[in-house]
Design a protein around this ligand. Sequence first.
Ligand SMILES: NC(=O)c1ccc[n+]([C@@H]2O[C@H](COP(=O)([O-])OP(=O)(O)OC[C@H]3O[C@@H](n4cnc5c(N)ncnc54)[C@H](O)[C@@H]3O)[C@@H](O)[C@H]2O)c1
Length: 300
Amino acid sequence: MTSAGTPAGGDAGDRPGGTAAARFDLTGRTALVTGAARGLGRAFAVALAGAGADLVLTDLPSADGLAETAAAVRESGRGVLTVEQDLSDTGALHGFADRVREQAGPIRVLVNNAGTAALERFNEITPDSWYRVMRVNLDAVFFLTQRVAEHMVADGLPGRIVNITSKNALVAEAGLAHYNASKAAVDLLTQTLAVELAPHGITVNSIAPGMVDTPIDGEFPFDREAFEAEYRRRIPLGRYARPEECTGALLLLAGDDGAYLTGTRIVVDGGVLADQMPRTAFMPPYRTSLGPQRKDGTTS
Ligand SMILES: NC(=O)c1ccc[n+]([C@@H]2O[C@H](COP(=O)([O-])OP(=O)(O)OC[C@H]3O[C@@H](n4cnc5c(N)ncnc54)[C@H](O)[C@@H]3O)[C@@H](O)[C@H]2O)c1
């Protein structure tokens, strides 16, 4: 018989209880973060290292920020291995996962973060562009996870898989048909793998950021400043997220306190999805019975 809190497949490495710091402690565990050269990937790697994890960092051979992320991880006193890999080379991903395991030992946390986007009208998306986005955002997540999960099962240790999707997995944004479709696919993949891997004590979840201040969109074929001003107006918290503001969700999902979270998503979007209509912009200032509103418009 399986006792409550000890799923079939074993949960032996989880350490529920204790102080909050202990429950988020990842000491002795190795995490693999894809797309770690910049942006969210760098923030995720640094946060995991801060919680005690050793890191394997990967990005494109042409990405020049990997060494900088590695240096930041080392500053936390954690071990770090960097392995360059083009994740769009789908056929190479099992071999890549095997090499990582040989060099770094068992991976306990996999963060499928690497992603790519291109702003293009639906009718102008070429097969090349469609498959480029799909290979990085969807195929790589599938085939890398396939092999890393196989290792996790063979190692018999609880594992954590966290897929970085987007609020665009849940609502559409024009000009990103391929991107939106890839993220929605990863969302359902997350649920499917959560169910298939649950008997092995491996959780699979996603984090769906809203707008984060990173270089991801690259080329912007229209007035970026005007677009971003309008976008900010539609974000209830009134601004883009800093990459570091998405890391709390990861630490929860990666640590012992996340043991019973699987097949779900954490949306980190400043309230965008909660707001069907940006009516607050047209409403009179917030009034309270306790005194005037703060001058900067905040309530905290
Ligand atoms: N920035 C946002 O507003 C935002 C919002 C929602 C979701 N996301 C998601 O967060 C993740 C990280 O995005 P970011 O904003 O940090 O973007 P970014 O462009 O700053 O970083 C993405 C990283 O992935 C790497 N990458 C791209 N193609 C690759 C490939 N073929 N092989 C290996 N590595 C590759 C890039 O070199 C880069 O270092 C992505 O999955 C993205 O879709 C970002």
